[in-house]
Design a protein around this ligand. Structure first.
Ligand code: FAD
Length: 376
């Protein structure tokens, strides 16, 4: 069967867009990717990855590189603020019996691995460039670019993230990103030998955690309630993280607290979410990743579902003779899983903000992680 898509444009070179480039190139399509950031940068924080993400890495062909440059382990340890372990969330081995069920890596390292795979796929990458107009008819999409070029494609994939211009151009009435009332701090710290896997300390309303990103380093993350989304002065970052850790006597957290300094790469991020109702496409333009389902990080699965979108989209385009049928099949396969991640993550955040029911929190975590283990 011949694919209806010979020329594809991807707008946005984040994890979702790069994954789409890699998978469409496998179909034999001529793939172009435009990324607005001339430096194609990714900020310096860690990212946690579950078994479903590692399964997707295997499909993309970057699993070996991830295992070499990141860190993989099984299970998520749940502890009380003093350090007593009260549970462990299972992380099923989904990428193969010999590959742990989760892990983490530095974002710039993952971005580099995906960028190398994107370029190796034959994708034409244009940096510092974006679209200025999108016009389509039944047979194709004409795109004008900010560098003055104008080209025609069989399919356009919008992967330009939470504040997407493609979504704004196509669906001006789509819901806007919504502040969740919680913020997240992250930092890079030395990894002591006793930290072997993702570990979280559950306080009344504040939740610190660590996850190894390499043999020698791990990243610290802390969620805290913040009723309003105001700017935080970066010169106060280290002191604010220290203050949040003061209520956690666990020795590992106190050692981190003592060691925090100017080199800890502290990042602050208000947590926002957005789930766009269906449809996720208009004609021959389809949206994937955070562009349509930006989740708060409570299930550590935002990147996962964006990367999976890319895999499923290419799969459906490869097996359907009509673009319309492929996009409908893509959306039908993705909607429920992505809705589940966004809505369950939001509920976990609400429970944390309210200092609510820890049992419900643990149940939602367990059920969501089991649901994510299902085939895509
Ligand atoms: C605090 C925090 C912690 C998180 N932790 C995790 C985690 O542990 N695990 C996990 O799986 N997920 C996590 N996530 C979610 C994850 O980071 C996102 O879901 C994922 O990065 C989305 O990728 P994306 O490619 O869809 O969008 P983005 O990463 O936003 O990429 C969009 C790309 O498009 C480019 N772009 C923007 N506008 C344009 C334009 N007009 N034209 C061209 N290019 C454009 C941008 O420069 C960017 O490169 C977290 C999110 C937050 C906020």
């Amino acid at each position: 069967m011949t694919s209806p898509v010979r020329k594809v444009l991807i707008i946005g070179g984040g994890f979702s867009g790069m994954s789409a480039a890699i998978e469409f190139a496998k179909l034999g399509a001529e793939v172009e990717l435009v990324e607005i950031d001339p430096g194609w940068r990714s900020y310096g924080a860690g990212i946690s990855l579950g078994g479903a993400t590692l399964r997707a890495f295997r499909q993309l062909g970057i699993l070996e590189a991830f295992l070499e440059h990141g860190a993989a382990s099984d299970g998520v340890q749940i502890r009380l603020p003093h350090g007593l372990q009260v549970g462990e969330l299972p992380t099923p081995r989904l990428a193969g019996h010999d590959v742990p069920g989760g892990g983490a890596i530095m974002r710039p390292v993952l971005a580099r691995l995906l960028a190398e795979a994107t370029r190796a796929s034959g994708t034409t990458v244009r940096l510092g460039c974006t679209f200025s107009a999108i016009e389509q008819d039944a047979e194709g999409v004409d795109v004008s670019f900010t560098d003055g070029q104008r080209r025609r494609y069989d399919l356009v994939v919008g992967a330009d993230g939470l504040y997407s211009n493609v979504r704004e151009a196509l669906f001006p009435d789509a819901p806007k990103p919504r502040y969740s009332g919680q913020a997240c701090w992250r930092a890079i710290v030395p990894r002591p030998p006793e930290i072997r896997t993702a570990t979280m300390w559950i306080g009344p309303k504040v939740k610190p955690g660590v996850n190894p990103v390499s043999k020698t380093e791990m990243y610290l993350f802390i969620t805290e309630p913040r009723p309003t989304n105001e700017r935080v002065d970066p010169t106060t970052f280290v002191d604010q993280v220290r203050a949040l850790l003061a209520d956690f006597p666990a020795p590992e957290l106190q050692a981190i607290r003592d060691g925090l300094g100017p080199d800890s790469q502290v990042v602050f991020r208000p947590l926002e979410g957005m789930l766009m109702p269906r449809p996720w496409s208009q004609g021959r333009v389809v949206l994937i990743g955070d562009t349509v389902h930006a989740t708060t990080p409570h299930l550590a699965s935002g990147a996962c579902i964006g990367i999976e979108d890319a895999i499923v989209l290419a799969e459906e385009v490869g097996r359907n003779e009509r673009v319309e049928a492929a996009l409908a099949a893509f959306e039908a396969r993705r909607w429920e899983r992505c809705r589940m991640v966004v809505e369950n993550s939001a509920r976990l955040g609400e429970i944390e903000i309210a200092g609510g029911d820890k049992e419900e929190h643990a149940r939602i975590m367990r059920e969501s992680l089991m649901a994510l283990a299902a085939p895509i």
